[in-house]
Design a protein. Structure first.
Length: 575
């Protein structure tokens, strides 16, 4: 903490926080932060206006916009807020809280109060929070630590969240028990790692070498969780065995390698695994993607489509030609959505051919081609070949360059129904990006049927789900937006955290969607090379809901939580 702030030992009173110039401005809002920074001349009026404009255009908080535009640093924001509240600033970024100190506050209470022990002495505690204005915070902390003097400090939200990572529970894995029993049978350890990952329905296994040991984590429902740790002695043998199973070079340690493993479970079930190895500072990191049955068996009914979205997708897929694009970042479930659609359309009289990099799930009766740069089989060349194979439906794993985009559009124009994925933040962004790839506007207008944007979101554990009542104003503060809820008091749901969900409160995933249907008005607009804002405005007028609103509907239905929704999506700007 800065010398100027170390002199301040005043605590925050239960009733109020001093130092705010306008009591009508709600704590924690962008307007509140602006008021603080402008009143104390941390930012000029011109810079603030520029940051506000950047914040609105990119739908990000004002604080992040100010830092990205380099008008202030994170520390200046933290110090300015702390000074306005008349309490010290605790820089958790430069001076992280100790794990044993963080865990002294029970997790549920820490998250409710947003509180972390920053410094601990015999008679007093410095406890930092990003919400020091909470009415009961001093009272609750004194109950937890009777007889101690509590000095309240302020820290930035992202630093508090980083400290809360100490509450993550290590998964109760069988392989960890084998290691702790000091058994040195590497094949047994590796087999049990695979079995544990499959039992937890993980999508990925991470082996992350560190200075003295290797951290093993499973990605479960999209979130990485620690599964165990092995010594460097064990990891060397595990790494060699993985390389042998994946049929890649065991004597190569300085370059990236890719391989594949077919693992046979104890019940005889085969699981395909895709492995990637990359050299890092402390060794070779391994990431294994599990292409397991619990992913392959997904159908359209499991994806979380609303009835309106389902009808739009089915109607578009029944047309004899045209293009359906699924947009989103890596890991948003784009390929799963298209595979589910192909399974639904697969019939003996239809020729379906896919071109992928790599082929992730094998489907009987479908012609699947894997891109192979070593044999010069690229997306563009493969797609040219597929068109001559008399297909009815073509799936292109990804449109990633101008040549592939041009061939894909021409294929959709000449009597083929074409599905593909595309890396874009939302559906409205996909059209300008395709036009930027030199796709002719009149060709795109003639072929585009549907653009889907999606994100994966964790579902509340059904075994421990409970309801809770919250005032609408409190919810609107959480999402920093109004108009999504009408009632004064809202019923929300959350998981109490049980053994079945590994103490997370979530089990399984669904998706939130944004659909833009190529109406005649949109086709006319595409001819004019429109901006993302123009496309979004037209889609909104025609009834297309932003992804965030689809997520709000799933919050209302008790499928997920507001916290989880805010983790993967941001409220859109109002039109």
């Amino acid at each position: 903490m800065k010398k100027k702030q170390e002199k301040k030992e005043s605590t925050v009173k239960d009733e109020k926080v001093s130092g705010i110039t306008d009591a009508k401005i709600a704590y924690g809002t962008d307007a509140w932060l602006k008021d603080i920074l402008m009143a104390n001349h941390y930012v000029s009026a011109d810079d603030m206006a520029s940051a506000e404009n950047f914040s609105q255009k990119n739908t990000i908080p004002l604080a992040r916009a100010l830092v990205q535009k380099e008008f202030v640093t994170r520390d200046i924001i933290g110090q300015a807020i702390a000074e306005s509240l008349n309490i010290p600033y605790a820089d958790l970024n430069s001076h992280p809280a100790q794990k044993e100190h963080v865990l002294e506050i029970p997790e549920e209470k820490a998250r409710a109060l947003r509180a972390v022990i920053f410094k601990k002495q015999d008679t007093e505690l410095v406890i930092t929070t990003d919400t020091p204005w909470l009415a009961n915070i001093q009272t609750e902390l004194k109950k937890l630590f009777p007889g101690k003097k509590i000095i309240l400090a302020y820290s930035l939200t992202e630093d508090i969240d980083a400290a809360f990572l100490y509450y993550r529970h290590v998964l109760q894995t069988r392989f960890n028990e084998i290691i702790q029993a000091q058994k040195r049978i590497v094949p047994e350890i590796l087999e049990q790692i695979f079995e544990d990952a499959l039992s937890f329905r993980a999508s990925d296994i991470h082996f992350e070498p560190q200075e003295k040991e290797t951290l093993i984590r499973f990605r479960i429902d999209g979130v990485l969780q620690e599964a165990g740790r092995v010594s460097k002695e064990y990891y060397g043998n595990i790494l060699n065995r993985l390389k042998v199973q994946a049929r890649i070079r065991t004597d190569e340690h300085a370059s990236a390698q890719d391989g594949a493993i077919r693992y046979t479970q104890k019940d005889g079930t085969h699981v395909d695994m895709r492995m990637s190895i990359a050299p890092i500072l402390d060794g070779e990191k391994v990431v294994i993607r599990l292409l397991a049955k619990y992913v392959q068996d997904l159908t359209l009914a499991h994806l979380g489509l609303s009835q309106k979205h389902y009808d739009l997708l089915i109607n578009a897929s029944k047309k004899p030609f045209g293009m359906i694009i699924v947009a989103g970042p890596t890991g948003s479930g784009k390929t799963t959505t298209l595979y589910s659609l192909i399974k639904l359309l697969h019939r003996p009289e239809i020729n379906i051919t896919t071109l992928e990099d790599p082929v992730e799930y094998k489907i009987t009766g479908i012609n699947q081609i894997q891109v192979n740069p070593q044999t010069n089989l690229t997306y563009a060349k493969g797609l040219r070949s597929i068109v001559r194979q008399d297909p009815n439906i073509i799936l292109v794993g990804e449109i990633r360059d101008e040549e592939t985009a041009e061939i894909a559009v021409n294929a959709a124009l000449t009597g083929h129904l074409l599905f593909s994925t595309f890396h874009a933040n939302d559906a409205a962004t996909a059209i300008p990006r395709l036009l930027d790839m030199s796709v002719e506007p009149f060709l795109l207008s003639s072929t585009l049927e549907l653009i889907i944007s999606q994100r994966l979101i964790r579902k509340i554990c059904e075994h421990c789900r409970v309801s809770t009542k919250m005032p609408r104003k409190e919810i609107e503060k959480m999402i920093n937006a109004e108009g999504y809820f009408q009632e004064t008091t809202i019923t929300l749901y959350k998981g109490k955290k049980c053994e079945l969900c590994n103490g997370s409160g979530y089990k399984g995933r669904t998706a939130i969607f944004e659909f833009i249907h190529a109406t005649p008005e949109l086709q006319d607009l595409v001819l004019k090379h429109p901006s993302m804002q123009q496309i979004r405005a037209l889609a909104h007028r025609q009834g297309s809901l932003p992804m965030f609103e689809d997520g709000i509907e799933k919050v209302k239905q008790g499928i997920t939580t507001i916290e989880e929704l805010l983790r993967v999506a941001v409220p859109p700007q109002k039109m």
